[in-house]
Design a protein around this ligand. Structure first.
Ligand SMILES: Cc1cc2nc3c(=O)[nH]c(=O)nc-3n(C[C@H](O)[C@H](O)[C@H](O)COP(=O)(O)OP(=O)(O)OC[C@H]3O[C@@H](n4cnc5c(N)ncnc54)[C@H](O)[C@@H]3O)c2cc1C
Length: 634
């Protein structure tokens, strides 16, 4: 479920110049950027929006090539491609992107400040150190602002130096009147900064390492829990923050909508010298990383033999048994005997899992003094397992829709030969049929389709609903898009028509966002979005991110169905994998497994549309590899 309300911006690629750089503290350098590309402008016939950033924790993405040489442009293909309201990220092996907080943006002066932690190596920190007035940089974003709930009495802002630009901006701009408690870890006093504190605010500076989890957690836990409605925000090194989510949820008893914890950087694991003298990354078992998950890029032994899926299955079993949750609830750890008792599984049978889990670093074992070796050693969660317990998205890889897709893959070979999807072969039903019966799958499809919000602003300048009074949307992304369009174009009545199970999923999703009310009655101009399971004739139907739910045969039927209700159809879809995502290849394989549609690109879609009596009259790229196709009935 989406837990936070977002405001999205049209994505624009900009080339900005360095105006000056200023030392903010011993370890922080402020680079002030400017240039005409901060303003609205035309480029290659496209009208591009002015830079805007409303949220204290927004971020821009800086783009570097494989080498960051002052005065040189990134290599060809490194920069993304600007589209009318968004951008596409073609795959590039040389591109390096880094996220930074707009610390201050002054549209009058045309100045944007970014504060860089001088942490050592890395293209961004090195670029900042090497800049001089006139240096340039490419950046994209912000793509969105996370809106704070309106009902806050207090807010905690916790983080390391990378969080400091956002915390300082919060205090400077006050997006909420709630009393602030800031807990910030910096190396020494010389890295502290003057903050704009109000009479009710408090700041606690901690001196130490940004990865000292105990230092940060102990300080946070020592704070008295305030009365009233609160919000817990934290940013810093990703694993260092792991315990804070549980604290915010369990001790402060905050709902997910009032917790916002983001890993701003990842500490790289130590490299160990190999026998040949070269540096090699520590083995996965020592890192406590995800065990060999089928289909993760690079999960091979390096000489053509795929890594074993054993670790994935064993970890899935541990989650199914509640083993990781039981250990998370016992901070001092549990013996194997106690764990077996808690889970109600005989120890000898459970023991077959322990070896693999320990080898993968999912579980850590430590001996208790004076006890018999083996049986009485204490088990604790490894770092990846801690992440899994806290992060429902990561957990989905072993238990949810993702896992069901992985399991269906065992049928991929025969399914390809038979011309059906591996999903149908494995589950006995198409994905669409199953989604109409499974609340869980419907909810996950709706959540996946929330990415539509990053391109909703790109649709506005295209004049697609000019002169219309009423527009019907459908598909898993329809409610999220309708919610955005209703705010942007209140004179049109936006309604969603979908199967009841999707309507339920939309209701649950939108109820997280108090700014959008949802009702069952028909849509009113400027009023709430109308939701209905009944199809009616419409001037325009907009299908939102639903194509990958259909096999070719189902899609043909669906397109014929639309032809019975409208003469004009917009199909909004990502038919090509997202080049910025490291999992682009995986997306295609998953599509093939789920609906036998991995090879369905724009041309194949056009051919199916023609069979159903539609002609594609226009297509526009919206950014994030999503396109809108306009179809007219032939
Ligand atoms: C939404 C968001 C907003 C952010 N805002 C800011 C900001 O305003 N200012 C800011 O300085 N950072 C910010 N960060 C963090 C910043 O993007 C990362 O620190 C980034 O990795 C730095 O890139 P680099 O090229 O300098 O180093 P990388 O090439 O990414 O890393 C090189 C090495 O340095 C280590 N490393 C990276 N960052 C740090 C660090 N901060 N301290 C110690 N070691 C580090 C890595 O583990 C790696 O070993 C933000 C991150 C996010 C996600």
């Amino acid at each position: 479920m989406a837990h936070h309300e977002l405001r999205t911006y049209p994505l624009v690629l900009r080339n900005l110049s360095v105006l000056r750089s200023t030392k903010v503290s011993e370890t922080m350098l402020r680079v002030t950027l400017g240039g005409e590309e901060l303003a609205v402008r035309e480029r290659d016939g496209l009208r591009l929006a002015a830079f805007d950033s409303a949220g204290f924790d927004d971020h821009v993405k800086l783009i570097f090539g494989s080498t960051v040489v002052e005065g040189s442009q990134p290599e060809l293909g490194v920069l993304p491609v600007q589209q009318s309201g968004g951008i596409d990220w073609p795959v590039s092996e040389h591109r390096q992107t880094r996220d930074y907080t707009p610390r201050r943006f002054d549209p009058e002066l045309g100045e944007l400040d970014l504060d860089f932690v001088l942490h050592g190596d890395g293209p961004a920190a090195q670029w900042a150190l090497g800049t001089k007035p006139g240096s340039d940089v490419w950046l994209v974003g912000p793509k969105s602002t996370t809106l704070l709930p309106d009902d806050l009495d207090w807010i905690w802002l916790v983080g390391d130096e990378t969080a400091l630009p956002a915390i300082a901006r919060f205090l400077a701009e006050r997006p909420s009147q709630a009393a602030v408690r800031a807990i910030i870890v910096v190396p020494t006093e010389s890295s502290e900064q003057e903050l704009n504190l109000g009479p009710q605010d408090e700041v606690l500076w901690l001196h130490g390492s940004a990865t000292d989890r105990e230092l940060i957690e102990t300080a946070v836990r020592a704070q008295p829990a305030p009365a009233g409605t609160g919000y817990f925000w934290a940013a810093g090194e990703s694993r260092t923050l792991l315990g804070l989510r549980r604290f915010a949820r369990k001790i402060l008893e905050l709902p997910p909508s009032h917790i916002n914890i983001t890993g701003y950087w990842h500490q790289e694991e130590e490299v160990q010298p190999s026998a040949s003298g070269q540096s090699v990354a520590a083995a996965p078992a020592e890192q406590g990383e995800a065990p060999s998950v089928p289909l993760v890029a690079g999960a091979t032994s390096g000489h053509g033999e795929p890594a074993s899926p054993l670790g994935w299955f064993v970890l899935r079993a541990a989650l199914q048994l509640g083993m990781l949750d039981a250990l998370a609830d016992a901070p001092a750890g549990l013996s194997r005997t106690k764990l077996a008792e808690t889970l109600g599984v005989p120890l000898p049978r459970l023991a077959v899992l322990f070896d693999q889990l320990e080898q993968d670093g999912v579980l850590l074992s430590s001996a208790v003094d004076g006890s018999a070796p083996g049986v009485e050693s204490i088990l604790n969660l490894g770092r990846y397992a801690e992440e899994l317990v806290e992060d429902e998205h990561e957990r989905e890889k072993y238990e949810g829709f993702y896992a069901q897709t992985v399991l269906a893959m065992q049928e991929l070979g025969p399914a390809l030969r038979e011309g059906i999807s591996a999903w149908s072969a494995h589950h006995g039903q198409t994905l669409r049929q199953q989604a109409l019966q499974s609340e869980e799958i419907a909810a996950e499809l709706v959540e996946e389709a929330e990415r539509i919000r990053f391109v909703s602003a790109s649709l506005l300048p295209l004049g697609l609903w000019h002169g219309l009074k009423r527009v019907t949307l459908t598909g898993p992304g329809s409610a999220a898009l309708a919610a955005d369009l209703q705010l942007a174009e209140p004179s049109i009545s936006w309604s969603v028509t979908e199967e009841p199970i999707f309507l339920e999923a939309f209701r649950a999703d939108l109820s997280q966002s108090p700014r959008h009310s949802t009702v069952d009655q028909g849509a009113q101009p400027g009023g709430p979005i109308g939701f209905s399971a009944r199809w009616q004739p419409a001037e325009l139907i907009v299908s939102v991110l639903e194509l990958s739910l259909f096999s070719d045969a189902e899609l043909l039927t669906r397109l014929q169905h639309y032809a019975e209700h409208t003469r004009r159809l917009l199909v909004i879809e990502g038919l090509r994998p997202d080049g910025l995502s490291p999992n682009g290849r995986q997306q295609l394989v998953f599509r093939e497994v789920r609906t036998a549609s991995g090879g369905r690109g724009p041309a194949e879609f056009g051919a199916l549309a023609a069979q159903a009596g539609w002609t594609i009259s226009r297509s526009e790229a919206l950014g994030w590899d999503i396109e809108v196709f306009e179809l007219l009935r032939a």
